[in-house]
Design a protein around this ligand. Structure first.
Ligand code: HIS
Length: 360
């Protein structure tokens, strides 16, 4: 339920972000579902309230602000800017009736080309200051490091692309990796299909949504995939070491730097983490006690492609993140029609903050 305290807190936080240099924006609650829904992750897509509109096409109640803010910004060019907003977002809850399906968010988004590490640190530090009175634990990660590791795998382009698509579904990602490494047997049905050197649909009836051409393309892709060499156990071990890095920032950085000797593809992203760590220190963040998990953030918004972070109430695993955010450079490109600008942002949940303050 949205309370008066929550609303008051939201207004105060938005004022605070405005004072930090952001322009206030108020994106409409109803957004185009057709255009925007696939920019979110599977989870949010399944939880959006969608309705039809004869005039405007499918509409949805905004499940977040970032996508509408990026869309608005990119429609007017790709200049540097800072925005803040406050208002409700809507997400259907299927399993847990205690989780709100409508709640307040206050956000801060930075579009800035000068130095991504500095912009990351600006957003993180601003959020950390806003929640300083609460007993929260911060978690950080970097989707860019894992993506760089996948891009460096010595395997086919199709396999790398499949893994990149599934970075967001850790179990599916693991299953794919194991299959590509030859660690799990090929399913019987797939074997039967592949046993036929020149499979064609022939007179089989078409019953699904896919056309004959699509099905045949897929069969050819499966043949090509079956001919690919397995990912080596050496590469698999390195990926495992990487995905299990879970340390304070300085230790994580030294482990990751060690890994770059055998995984040169991640060095750029790891040096990005080093630069971010310095920028965080310059903003007064104590990185010696800040956690970094290489697998963090793999279940949230699919538009993140670099820094990701969240703040959680200590000892309250039942509560969602009080703060969450990250970098989404590629999203500006997708909505930019040729233009792009690096971007990072985060939101707070003022309702949750008010609740935690009351309980404290
Ligand atoms: N829109 C994200 C948070 C965010 C803002 N900017 C970047 N990330 C969310 O709702 O979780």
């Amino acid at each position: 339920m949205i309370t008066r305290e929550g609303r008051a807190k939201a207004a105060a936080l938005r004022d605070r972000f405005e004072a930090a240099g952001a322009q206030v924006v108020e994106p409409p609650m109803l957004q185009s579902a057709e255009l925007l829904l696939d920019l979110y992750g599977e989870d949010i897509r399944a939880r959006a309230y969608v309705t039809s509109d004869a005039l405007r096409g499918e509409q949805m109640l905004r499940p977040d602000f970032t996508v509408p803010v990026v869309q608005m910004h990119m429609a007017h060019g790709a200049d540097p800017a800072r925005y803040t907003y406050a208002g409700e977002v809507f997400r259907r809850q299927e399993d847990d009736p205690d989780r709100a399906n409508e709640f307040l968010q206050v956000g801060f988004e930075v579009f800035d080309r000068s130095d991504p590490a500095v912009a990351d640190a600006e957003v993180f530090a601003l959020m950390a200051q806003a929640v300083a009175g609460l007993d929260l634990r911060a978690a950080t990660g970097d989707i860019g490091i894992l993506a760089a590791a996948v891009n460096g795998l010595r395997t086919t382009e199709a396999r790398r692309a499949a893994l990149l698509r599934h970075i967001w579904r850790p179990r599916r990602f693991r299953a794919l990796l194991d299959r590509f490494a030859g660690r799990i047997p090929v399913p019987v049905s797939r074997k039967a299909l592949l046993a036929n050197a020149q499979p064609r649909l022939g007179s089989a009836p078409l019953i699904g949504m896919r056309s004959a051409a699509e099905i045949e393309t897929r069969i050819s892709a499966l043949h090509a995939d079956a001919a690919a060499k397995p990912i080596s156990s050496g590469e698999m071990d390195l990926l495992d070491v990487l995905m299990n890095v879970r340390e304070t920032v300085p230790f994580a950085l030294s482990q990751l730097r060690d890994l770059t000797v055998d995984m040169p593809s991640i060095s750029g992203a790891v040096e990005g983490l080093a630069a971010r760590s310095d920028a965080l220190v310059a903003r007064g963040v104590d990185v010696d006690t800040l956690d970094f998990e290489a697998s963090y953030g793999r279940t949230s918004m699919e538009y993140y492609d670099g820094f990701v972070f969240g703040f959680y109430a200590a000892g309250r695993a039942d509560l969602p993140a009080v703060v969450s955010g990250g970098r989404y450079d590629a999203l500006t490109r997708r909505l930019g029609g040729g233009a792009e600008i690096p971007a990072v942002g985060a939101v707070l949940r003022p309702g949750l903050m008010a609740e935690l303050e009351k309980g404290a």
